[in-house]
Design a protein around this ligand. Structure first.
Ligand code: ADP
Ligand code: MG
Length: 341
């Protein structure tokens, strides 16, 4: 079994009290960290990473042995409850976001190749051929029988935009069952679990999507259990002929979402899976549609950072939000809906 890396955080860098033990492993193609507050929890951490490994084994679209690969290849229709629950939450969130989040883009994401070593710019005809299969109606899940039907060979699941959040839910459950207070960070998909023994709030750093200026755009000060997820154009990208191509695709065009945004952070008390899927969806929607969506979903907090360096934060986060000194962003706060003022 792989060794878990135990790190003691440096108070000055992260703002966490010296001595809160953090455990880190590279899983799901990213750095996964669980930091405990109170006492060291090596056995609990081991269970957390085992749960992430099990989820990755089942849902990876790049591992040919995974359950999702078997479904994508048409070899399997009945899925485990674990994969079934992920399909269900994905299809629900896809419907709620009018398909801006689409878990059936797998052939298109494979065409662009962002999860491999050599992403490339496909020809328009290649994209056009796969685009019809990216529609929501392309997948049907029967939650009683745990069966899934992909309606076309051009259609395949890709849970890249929801899987880490889904895994963070499993990790949270393990921490809760062990009575542990924890900060879970699976490649930027964060969940806070419980209240720290010293009663101080969680301070979560929101990364700046720019390479110049401070690395942090803002902080959020939160109490209790929260899910946070950021999607941005700076995470996986390449340039061709001076044009930037990033890994978040607009299901309407099959091309990187050209929504005028650099990043979107979603902060909610919904599940990690939903929060993860929503950050991707809101990135695709862009500022105007995203603000309208949030008005209809006032339980969700959002921070948008635009390409012209504006930072927009929803009114429900105003009390928790502090912009970083010297940050280059012009900050504006959206008003709360009249009923919440
Ligand atoms: P990250 O995984 O880098 O944290 P996201 O959560 O936004 O970022 O997920 C992006 C990944 O999700 C892409 O690499 C791709 O596999 C997949 N994807 C891209 N566009 C979409 C989309 N519109 N809906 C659902 N999944 C997407
Ligand atoms: Mg996501």
């Amino acid at each position: 079994m792989k060794k878990i890396l135990l790190t003691l955080c440096a108070a000055v860098l992260t703002g966490c009290p010296f001595g809160s033990p953090a455990y880190t492993e590279w899983l799901m193609g990213t750095v996964c960290t669980v930091r405990f507050y109170g006492k060291s929890e090596t056995a609990v951490a081991g269970n957390c990473f085992e749960a992430i490994r099990e989820i990755e084994r089942k849902i990876s679209a790049v591992d040919p042995q995974s359950e999702v690969s078997a479904v994508n290849a048409g070899r399997q229709q009945t899925v485990s409850p674990l994969t079934g629950d992920l399909i269900a939450v994905s299809l629900k969130t896809a419907a709620e976001t009018d398909g801006a989040f689409s878990p059936v883009l797998g052939r298109l994401t494979a065409l662009w190749g962002f999860s491999g070593e050599a992403p490339r710019l496909p020809a328009d005809e290649e994209i056009a051929r796969l685009l019809p299969a990216a529609r929501l109606s392309a997948a049907v899940y029967d939650s009683e029988r745990h069966t899934v039907t992909l309606k076309s060979r051009q259609c395949a699941f890709d849970f890249g935009a929801v899987g880490k959040g889904y895994a963070s839910d499993a990790v949270k459950k393990i921490c809760e069952e062990a009575g542990a207070t924890a900060l879970i960070d699976l490649g930027g998909n964060i969940q806070t679990v419980g209240t720290k023994p010293d009663g101080t709030p969680w301070i979560i750093s929101i990364r700046s999507p720019l390479t110049v200026g401070p690395a942090e755009a803002a902080t959020l000060t939160l109490s209790g259990d929260w899910s946070l997820s950021t999607s941005g154009d700076y995470q996986k990208f390449f340039y061709e002929n001076g044009v930037k191509y990033h890994h978040i695709l607009d299901p309407a065009t099959g091309k990187p979402a050209d929504s005028g945004l650099r990043s979107v952070t979603v902060v909610s008390q919904r599940s990690g899976a939903e929060t993860d899927a929503l950050s991707t969806a809101l990135f695709v929607m862009g500022e105007t549609k995203g603000i309208e969506w949030q008005r209809r979903n006032p339980d969700v907090g959002v921070i948008w950072i635009t390409r012209d360096n504006r930072l927009i934060v929803t009114g429900n986060l105003a009390g928790a939000f502090s912009p970083t000194a010297d940050s280059p962003f012009t900050v504006s706060t959206l008003p709360l809906p009249p009923s919440n003022r």
